[in-house]
Design a protein around this ligand. Structure first.
Ligand SMILES: Cc1cc2nc3c(=O)[nH]c(=O)nc-3n(C[C@H](O)[C@H](O)[C@H](O)COP(=O)(O)OP(=O)(O)OC[C@H]3O[C@@H](n4cnc5c(N)ncnc54)[C@H](O)[C@@H]3O)c2cc1C
Length: 249
């Protein structure tokens, strides 16, 4: 009996599943494994901050699905799934339908804005390849505009960067920015003291799953070496296009 397995999503979970099933499949098994993703590449989400902070080029965080499945007979489809019909074992995109015997759903997750007013509208999430490029371009654009801005307050606003959240991604992002800013200042002839970097965390410590000695070392590196202002116990309560409001006002 032939069996048709569809894996929807070629992130970490989808790829691992496809490779595992491929390995388990015996030569005469009549099994077809298909992986469907809206992109033709896999994104290394865990490395996005390196693109956002301009340490590596964007092609460093994508791997073509063709390369990953080169030596397998996993069938790759680039399409965006928009509908599911579990009764009839079908998933569909805008213009195609795919029948399956077994479906593996591996669409990942979405950023959580915690219901904070203005957050979704005014922040730059770091959740996809495109997000990372948008963050990088925004930072670069701020420096270009600051270099030609004569008004002191407007220049200062352009040179103030806030990263919300002191978990791994936030710390990695502000760390990248701290290093990149040195180069940007040289490139645009801007005094480093004009640039303000903030890391804002609601809890009393950053990286709170780490041991205290590692947290202390990270804090020292951020504040002393990279000149980051780390604000603890400072929940963000509102975001406007030009300001971040904290719980203490
Ligand atoms: C910036 C950042 C840093 C991180 N750092 C770490 C880390 O250091 N260590 C760690 O363990 N975890 C880290 N994580 C978390 C980790 O990336 C996720 O846990 C992991 O990506 C989840 O894998 P997944 O396969 O479930 O989803 P994803 O990797 O998100 O994959 C989902 C896939 O589904 C596709 N897709 C979604 N919707 C559709 C649709 N409608 N149609 C077709 N395709 C679709 C997407 O294109 C994507 O390829 C980080 C996450 C981010 C965002």
């Amino acid at each position: 009996m032939s069996r048709n397995i569809i894996i929807a999503g070629a992130g970490y979970a989808g790829i691992e599943t496809a490779l595992y099933l491929q390995k388990k499949k015996k030569k005469d098994d009549d099994i077809r494994i298909t992986i469907i993703d809206k992109n033709s590449y896999h994104t290394l989400l865990t490395e996005l901050h390196e693109v956002a902070g301009n340490r590596i080029a964007e092609d460093g965080v994508t791997v073509p699905l063709r390369d990953i499945f080169h030596y397998t007979d996993v069938h790759i489809i680039k399409d965006e799934i928009v509908g599911f019909d579990f009764k009839n074992n079908t998933v569909s995109s805008e213009d195609r339908q795919y029948k399956y015997d077994y479906l593996v759903l591996a669409f990942g997750s979405e950023p959580n804005y915690y219901g904070i007013p203005g957050m979704k509208e005014n922040c730059f999430p770091l959740w996809s390849y495109k997000d990372a490029i948008a963050v990088r371009e925004q930072i670069y654009d701020c420096f270009i505009r600051a270099a030609q801005e004569e008004d002191k307050d407007r220049r200062s606003a352009l040179l103030t960067f806030v990263v919300g959240g002191g978990g791994f991604t936030g710390v990695e992002m502000i760390g990248e920015l701290g290093m990149w800013v040195r180069k940007l200042c040289t490139q645009f002839h801007i005094d480093r003291n004009e640039v303000q970097l903030y890391l804002i965390e609601a809890l009393p410590k950053i990286l709170n799953i780490l041991k205290d000695k590692n947290i202390d070392a990270s804090m020292r590196y951020l504040t002393d070496k990279l000149k980051v202002n780390v604000l603890l116990e400072s929940a963000i309560t509102k975001l406007e296009p030009d300001r971040v409001e904290l719980k203490d006002g």
